[in-house]
Ligand binder design. Structure first.
Ligand SMILES: Cc1cc2nc3c(=O)[nH]c(=O)nc-3n(C[C@H](O)[C@H](O)[C@H](O)COP(=O)(O)O)c2cc1C
Length: 356
């Protein structure tokens, strides 16, 4: 069983994560780790925060001489902005800075204050911020290295932003939205190749891999929908246009000529690539703020405007890769167990041999 938790606030000293269940003997490449962290910071339309941070994940436990030990791996991503924040708070002469009382529509602000009985929206937004996804990308980078050791590769691409599919048109839309004090969302695709059939299971609702992956992807802030393969288009097509016919050859074993299912049937991988698409809503912090209500006076106000991204679809795709790496690692370890990487690889090789 693989599990992880993250902790930390957007402007706290750091984000941390603890990952339990990785097999011992996995060699970790720290440079690759930090490439992943850098990718999450990229993309046209990112805000000022990304110019401040140069994210690096530091491994604090569970690794010795570059190899996992089988014990929990803990990670830390330092927030460079913490120092600026401390200075700013000192300038206000009070530990918490001025309270934020104008909740942003589309954010956790109002519901969080109601639920946790807080009078300062900052108590909520600091944790609700997608800054937390930096810790997920660090965990995903660990899992990616496990998957790659097993021959499984995960990648992503931006499909559209504000409906535009060409880069130049996307950048023009983002620039226009920024000039208007507005924001944009979009759609991205994530794929996994090199998979064996049989990850996940049909036998129980919570063991279905598509359900686990969908939950992992929709758990990313601002992701509002996910589809596998033909996805929502299935509702418009005939069965013969949707289902992937089965073939067999000595060299390939069982295979399909199409992959409309997106690599998952009956809650299990079918050996074809996993192909999923997800949609990200426009960023909810607008520099031309929307109408809101002050939570102290109940008077109409304009929503709080934090320093913010205008569009973060490329970054969200990178986070989705991390979440898919985590979900697939978990499914892989559920099926093949293995306290060490050699045990895991032997179990996978034996299974692949028996498939024919
Ligand atoms: C990579 C990434 C970056 C984001 N950047 C911002 C941002 O700069 N400002 C903002 O208001 N929301 C940003 N968001 C979206 C919010 O975190 C998200 O909309 C909010 O937490 C409310 O959650 P919900 O949209 O899932 O309801 C970002 C999301 C992701 C995945």
């Amino acid at each position: 069983m693989l599990r992880f938790l993250t902790a930390g606030e957007s402007h706290g000293p750091c984000l941390t994560a603890i990952v339990e269940g990785l097999p011992a003997g996995l060699s970790l490449d720290e440079a690759r780790f930090n490439q992943e962290m850098a990718r999450r910071q990229e993309g046209f339309g990112r805000g000022g925060r990304m110019k401040i941070e140069r994210d690096r994940a530091e491994i604090l436990s569970g690794v010795r001489f570059g190899q996992t030990l089988g014990s929990p791996v803990s990670l830390r991503v330092v927030n460079a902005d913490w120092v600026n924040w401390e200075t700013k708070m000192a300038a206000f002469g009070e530990p918490a800075g001025p309270a934020v009382t104008a909740p942003r529509p589309g954010h956790a602000d109002l519901g969080g204050c109601q639920k946790y009985d807080r009078a300062d929206v900052r108590d909520i937004l600091e944790r609700a911020s997608a800054r937390e996804t930096a810790a997920r990308v660090a965990v995903g980078a660990l899992c990616r290295q496990l998957l790659e050791a097993c021959g499984i590769l995960v990648a992503s691409r931006v499909v559209s932003i504000g409906g535009a599919t060409e880069t130049a048109a996307q950048e023009a839309l983002i620039a226009g939205a920024k000039a208007a004090g507005d924001t944009l969302g979009g759609c991205f695709e994530v794929t996994a190749t090199g998979l064996m059939p049989g990850l996940g299971s049909h036998i129980q609702w919570d063991r279905r891999l598509d359900g686990q992956i969908a939950a992992a992807i929709v758990s990313i802030p601002a992701i509002k929908g996910v589809e596998f393969g033909e996805g929502f288009r299935c509702g418009e097509l005939l069965g013969s246009q949707v289902h992937d016919e089965i073939f067999y050859s000595e060299s390939r074993g069982y295979y399909r000529n199409t992959n409309r299912a997106g690599g998952i049937e009956g809650g299990m991988t079918n050996g074809e690539p996993i192909v999923l698409r997800a949609v990200m809503k426009p960023i909810p912090t607008l520099t031309r703020p929307l109408h809101s209500v002050d939570i102290l006076s109940q008077q109409p106000v304009l929503a709080n405007s934090e320093r913010s991204d205008v569009c973060a679809v490329a970054a969200a795709a990178c986070v989705a890769e991390a979440m898919l790496c985590i979900a697939l690692s978990s499914a892989l370890l559920d099926k093949f167990a293995g306290d060490s990487l050699p045990q895991l690889l032997a179990a996978i090789a034996h299974y692949r041999q028996n498939l024919r």
